[in-house]
Design a protein around this ligand. Structure first.
Ligand SMILES: NC(=O)c1ccc[n+]([C@@H]2O[C@H](COP(=O)([O-])OP(=O)(O)OC[C@H]3O[C@@H](n4cnc5c(N)ncnc54)[C@H](O)[C@@H]3O)[C@@H](O)[C@H]2O)c1
Length: 308
């Protein structure tokens, strides 16, 4: 049993991770300001501190709780918001993250695991599926700031010996996803579909993404805790799926057509995105288990259960 801090533990991926860590017998403390996370997602066996990761109070929590491991998932996750307000994104995703890293070092935790992004860090990659060695060319402040925090972790490891792993997620989806997120297309289409509301589709629907189910991502996060591995590891399905395929799978799960309004392509929108998970397989012994059809089926069932 370990004592573990999860920042962002009230959010979509964080709360699913917290449930898993508790199920495996660990003691979990959460730092989350509930800006997009929800109290109802917080496992009752976890202790929640409702504060900002930028706050100086973070040091007191580290001092008091004495963590062995830290998962850093708290973030401003909206790419469009990062474009509108890069200074705010920098404050949370760089300075807030640095506050967590600095305290992890000062309080001598065993390892920090950070949630980064594959979708927003490689840009319009020519190598598909994209490996971790591909040049990073983030096309948004969000991607730049995630990359900056990765570099800080690398620095703290080389200068101070702080052990770390960075997981670069593809487009994560599943129950509890916040609709305003980085890759909320499945959450948006499913919720609108269940409520029989119209969804907007930008472009021809042939743009591709790598959709990875939240339970698979949590398996990757969990594996990273006890395996000695540093550097960056992609966590994706390795499958390129078009938006039209997403629509078809939602319609199959719902048993009816969803209402779609087609709009022109968004300026600067990435055409293709797909991550190679070979390194995760080699290092973490991790492979995705849930395909898009099954993952969407589960997401639809969960969304329907909320309606009752
Ligand atoms: N969802 C994806 O497809 C995806 C893809 C790549 C990377 N990620 C990363 O995974 C992590 C989790 O994302 P998610 O999809 O679960 O999003 P989420 O919005 O559900 O979770 C983020 C959590 O952080 C909290 N938070 C935000 N700002 C905070 C602050 N200043 N102080 C304290 N708490 C704060 C929110 O309340 C929320 O609970 C993030 O770091 C995100 O960048 C997500």
């Amino acid at each position: 049993m370990s004592k573990i801090l999860v920042t962002g533990g009230a959010g979509f991926i964080g709360s699913t991770l917290v449930d898993r860590l508790i199920k495996e017998g660990n003691e979990v403390v959460i730092i989350d300001d509930l800006s997009s996370g929800k109290k109802e997602y917080v496992n009752p066996a976890a202790k929640l501190y409702k504060i900002d990761i930028c706050s100086p109070k973070v040091a007191r929590i580290f001092q008091k709780e004495k963590f062995q491991f830290v998962y850093h998932l708290a973030a401003q996750i909206d790419v469009r918001k990062s474009v509108e307000d890069p200074v705010f994104d920098n404050k949370i995703n760089v300075l807030g993250g640095l506050n967590i890293i600095e305290n992890s070092y000062r309080h001598q935790i065993k390892k920090i695991i950070m949630a980064s992004t594959g979708g927003a860090i490689y840009g319009e990659a020519e190598e598909i599926p994209t490996t971790e060695n591909y040049p990073t060319f983030p096309l948004s402040p969000y991607g730049i700031h995630k990359l900056t925090l990765e570099k800080y972790l690398n620095y703290y490891y080389h200068v101070y010996g702080l052990n770390f792993t960075v997981l670069r997620f593809a487009n994560v989806y599943g129950p509890r996803q916040f609709k305003g997120g980085e890759a909320g297309v499945i959450a948006i289409f499913v919720e609108n579909g269940v409520k029989e509301k119209e969804s907007l589709q930008f472009g021809d629907g042939l743009q591709t993404r790598d959709f990875v189910y939240v339970d698979d991502v949590v398996d990757g996060l969990y594996a990273a805790m006890n395996i000695d591995c540093r550097g960056e590891i992609n966590i994706g399905s390795g499958v390129e799926s078009t938006l039209l395929e997403v629509r078809e799978n939602i319609e199959k799960a719902l048993g009816e057509k969803i209402k779609i309004k087609e709009k022109p392509k968004k300026l600067g929108e990435q055409r293709r995105s797909c991550l190679s998970y070979q390194r995760a397989k080699d290092v973490l012994n991790w492979e995705p288990k849930i395909n898009l059809e099954e993952g969407i089926k589960r997401t639809v069932a969960w969304t329907k259960s909320l309606k009752k």
